[in-house]
Write a protein that binds this ligand. Structure first.
Ligand SMILES: [Zn+2]
Ligand SMILES: [Zn+2]
Length: 820
């Protein structure tokens, strides 16, 4: 545990122990003290790397300056809003902090995290240039001794770091002068193999010196592929002609292989997938960490620091370090001035390849941007802390002993402490946040209506029947003490109940014969035993989709044997990652290797057999189970839509003269979590001659773009029907001022994000949200569970005084949901 690091305790923290009212909770972070170097040296008592140092420091700087910062006139094409100026001041001070240079900007979706980040890049531009130029000069005659490098994969947890502050952008100290290396003049990609060999030769000879120097590069922005273009556009549009940044979109098969090319740009924008592919992973640490934490949680006391272990770790890292250049791409072969992870919840699961890869990036300054940094569990914070190198919480064992276990023991106290820890690195404002009593953003009001729909008589009896059967089954599991073993089948029963609230046909569970394009051809090439094995996996019904934590809709199985919703995995592959997201899998996936049971059956029998055979046993003749049947919920949605469209038409004709200029028609977005429900809804929209577009996770990015564009611009298109699981990142649909949510999800934040498509900067009209639920059904109980989840998250952020609650559905939750 290093002295150098713990000296560098956070520079500005505030009001930790105080109670906040919910509206101003995050704002207090923006105070702006900095410790000068001499100040820091005057505090030798903080030398222990224990978290008390952080905490102590946090308490010492209780000050609530709401400092603002701004850019000179004419740098940006937009002027910063007040809260963005505060974000800028906070981000600048964080970057100049010697402890964990960076943080989490967790403002609500729509508050302009992108603009704040662009402002930061501009504000710190001279430091960045200095970092890049000093380095490029030096490279002309020096090679780096990488072990003296300030940041890197070998400094994951507990290694001393040199010169973290901004002033240290000249890292020349600590580098040793050796012979200039051949590889630096290496411009041709295929020479890389040669230089790799050299690197190997160096390391195997025991030398710590590299043949490959890492060029110093500017700011790297990592985001999901779906918003790559948006970033490039914002970087171009928001910056004035005179202050232009050079931007490289690093994406696609033709991207450069030369790290020095990346180092030429002020900003490089890329995707999580590319980072995952190009950065070597740090697998060993996670396993060690995990074990330790389990040990310590079992004993429930602090474990003594094991010096043997850390030695082992260092050795391991050296080994990995020497392999570094061999399997890494250009992104991993430069030293970044700054790395920004946008939609940083992408790395919330610290075990995933993508999370580990992001941690492996070398950077002086690190940022996470996310409107929903915690979605389900406190654990998610660990992944950000590790990426940020926020010590001492950047190892899983410390995270558990210092944050997680205290919450488990005493929620109120534990959360209070977490709030303190978060305040050091996280700035969060919601749309409701007030600054000096004034809302930080002037969005038109948002009204949320809970519309309670009544079942028809037939639907009610269908539902009650289903509910009774599930209840009996649940009781049987409970009596046998096998609730946990039957988690997946209980989840399935719940799914059917939830779907029955939408439409009886959904609850029948007819799976469409989805499968990736060409998956049948692909399946035919597989050995028959493999096909049979995969078919068993996808048909057995005991699978839970690890992307949505629910029973898979249109289940498909991957070659590696993991089962997902077709939509979930398709969404994942097309917009971002092509690695299997199942725990510890990480096999590469393609759309062609997603197999539905239908496709697999065709391979075995030569024909698509029993589609629907499973449901024919039920009362198939019943009219409410037809796709043409209009369920009460669908009718309720159509009624709302008709009202919207007709009211609008009326006012238009009434005031035609006066309002000729602003006859922008009122539009609506309708969300469901099931593509099957969207199919059913389409039928009714067509019947009612309502023009709509559709967006779901099974569509290509181009088709999505087209749908969004047409919805936003074509006055005839009044409705967007959309999957809750798709396109919830950054999409701007302010053309809509009505949002209809057809069904409820466990995770209330998915709903918030959905609503934020419309309720964001640029919206000029009041937004109405209609949540449709059916009276006296499982949906009532889901509403209550959602409230609990909100309580957990707001406890973490200190937005609410209540203690927290666990996250995944527990046995108690299940009892409750079944009304037992
Ligand atoms: Zn899913
Ligand atoms: Zn897999």
């Amino acid at each position: 545990m290093s002295q150098a690091r713990s000296l560098s305790v956070s520079s500005r923290v505030d009001s930790v122990g105080e109670s906040h009212n919910s509206s101003t909770a995050g704002v207090n972070n923006s105070n702006n003290r900095e410790i000068s170097g001499s100040d820091a040296q005057a505090r030798p008592s903080l030398l222990s790397s224990d978290e008390r140092a952080v905490y102590q420091e946090a308490l010492q700087h209780i000050s609530r300056e709401k400092k603002e910062d701004d850019l000179p006139e004419g740098v940006l094409t937009v002027s910063l809003l007040k809260h963005q100026k505060m974000a800028l001041a906070w981000m600048v001070s964080k970057e100049n902090s010697s402890h964990c240079a960076g943080g989490i900007l967790a403002d609500d979706q729509g508050l302009g995290k992108t603009v704040s980040t662009i402002a930061l890049i501009q504000k710190q531009r001279s430091q960045q240039s200095e970092f890049m130029s000093v380095d490029s000069d030096r490279l002309k005659y020096e090679a780096l001794n990488l072990d003296e490098d300030d940041e890197g994969e070998q400094t994951v947890n507990d290694e001393p770091k040199k010169d973290q502050g901004a002033s240290s952008s000249s890292t020349a100290d600590g580098t040793s002068i050796v012979e200039p290396s051949v590889s630096q003049s290496n411009t041709v990609p295929d020479k890389m193999a040669e230089s790799k060999k050299k690197a190997k030769a160096y390391s195997s000879s025991g030398s710590t010196t590299r043949s490959m120097a890492r060029p110093a590069a500017g700011t790297l922005i990592v985001c999901p592929a779906s918003i790559l273009k948006q970033w490039a556009n914002e970087l171009a549009d928001k910056v004035s002609e005179g202050a232009k940044l050079s931007v490289l979109v690093y994406h696609g098969g033709l991207r450069t292989k030369d790290p020095r090319e990346l180092a030429k740009y002020d900003v490089v924008v890329t995707t999580y997938t590319i980072v995952a592919n190009e950065v070597p992973k740090q697998i060993a640490d996670d396993d060690t960490d995990r074990k330790n934490s389990e040990e310590s949680s079992a004993g429930n006391k602090r474990k003594p620091p094991s010096s043997a272990k850390s030695k082992y770790k260092k050795k391991k890292k050296k080994l990995k370090d020497s392999d570094f250049d061999l399997d890494s791409g250009p992104i991993a072969r430069v030293r970044w001035f700054r790395v920004v992870l946008d939609e940083a919840q992408t790395i919330k699961n610290y075990r995933t390849l993508v999370a580990r890869a992001c941690c492996g990036l070398r950077a002086k300054r690190r940022w996470c941007l996310s409107g929903t940094p915690i979605q389900n569990a406190i654990d998610e914070l660990f992944s950000y802390f590790r990426f940020l190198k926020y010590d001492p919480y950047s190892t899983f064992s410390s995270f558990c002993t210092m944050i997680k276990h205290p919450i488990a023991r005493d929620a109120v106290h534990g959360y209070k402490k977490l709030q303190a820890v978060l305040k050091v690195v996280l700035l969060r404002r919601t749309k409701e946040t007030l600054i000096n009593g004034v809302p930080i953003i002037n969005l038109p009001p948002k009204t949320i209506n809970l519309n309670k729909v009544d079942f028809s008589r037939e639907e009610r009896s269908f539902y009650l029947n289903l509910e009774e059967r599930s209840r009996q089954q649940f009781k049987a599991f409970a009596a046998a003490g096998t609730l946990k073993q039957n988690y997946a089948s209980i989840l399935l029963m719940l799914l059917r109940l939830r779907q029955a609230c939408d439409h009886p046909l959904l609850a029948k569970g007819n799976q469409s014969e989805y499968g990736g394009d060409g998956s049948i051809e692909m399946a035919k090439k597989l050995p028959k035993e493999v096909v049979i094995d995969l078919l068993a996996k996808v048909e057995v019904g005991s699978a839970v989709c690890s992307l949505c934590n629910d029973t898979p809709e249109d289940a498909v199985v991957t070659l590696c044997g993991h089962v997902f919703c077709y939509q979930c995995i398709h969404e994942r592959i097309t917009t971002d990652e092509n690695m299997c997201p199942a725990h510890n899998c990480n096999k590469t996936l393609s759309l062609e290797s997603l197999f539905s049971s239908g496709a697999l059956r065709i391979c075995i029998s030569g024909k698509s057999s029993s589609a629907g055979a499973s449901s024919s046993a039920d009362d198939e003749s019943s009219s409410i189970s037809q796709s043409s049947y209009i369920s009460s919920k669908i009718q309720a949605a159509i009624d709302i839509l008709n009202t919207i469209i007709n009211t609008d038409a009326l006012t238009e004709s009434d005031t035609m003269e006066s309002n000729r200029n602003r006859v922008t028609p009122v539009k609506a977005i309708v969300f469901s979590q099931w593509t099957g429900m969207l199919d059913l809804l389409e039928f009714s929209l067509n019947m009612n001659l309502i023009q709509y577009r559709r967006l779901d996770g099974t569509m290509s990015l181009n088709l999505r773009d087209k749908a969004v564009k047409e919805f936003n611009t074509d006055p005839e298109v009044r409705v967007m029907i959309m999957s809750l699981k798709a396109g919830n990142l950054g999409l701007n649909m302010v053309a809509a001022c009505h949002v209809i949510l057809l069904d409820l999800w466990w995770n209330p934040y998915a709903e918030d994000q959905a609503v934020d498509r419309a309720h964001r900067i640029g919206q000029t009209r009041p937004v109405t949200v209609s949540r449709l639920t059916v009276k006296d059904t499982v949906e009532d109980r889901i509403l209550a569970l959602q409230e609990e989840k909100r309580a957990m998250v707001s406890s973490a952020f200190g937005e609410d005084k209540s203690g927290g609650h666990a996250t995944r559905l527990t046995v108690e939750d299940l009892r409750y949901l079944f009304g037992i």
